[in-house]
Design a protein. Sequence first.
Length: 183
Amino acid sequence: MQAVLLIGLPASGKTSFYIDRFLQTHVRLSLDVLATRKREAELFLTCLRLRQRVVIDNTNVSVLERAAFIAPARAAGFSVVGYHLDSDLSACLSRNAGRIGKACIREEGLYSAAARFSMPMLEEGFDQLHRVRMTATGFKISTLKERRAAEPFLDRSWASNEKDAPSPQMDKIGRTRTNRIRD
């Protein structure tokens, strides 16, 4: 069974990606639809108990937010796959401005999510990580890293092999900071 976490800023295309890729095969959990964390948790645990494929369609921008889904899914024997919808803040602000009603969120919400964002890492418990970019014709998916069966959750190399790539560092409460690696 599979648990999929969509990761990205509001208006980055997460729900559109779910519809394009998982609508026919996975139950969608979205705080936008379920309205409370209690309902979300109950439906998630029901999916795990029933061995139902599930997509968590929330921003999932922090390590702690993702951990709330990854740990129970892994304990239930699910593979965990992350899809990072890589979209810059200006593009998200533009898409959000075109939304109407409850779909349009306050700009402060986008800025807040961007400030809390930490790049997902394989060591969080993912079996696979993918980057998704919106294009004029759909979605472009690239696999960032897959964990081999015996490999522990310690690999941070998936982000980049370049010398000046961001190097994630955990602070005291589990948030990820990004520092540049110097020569």
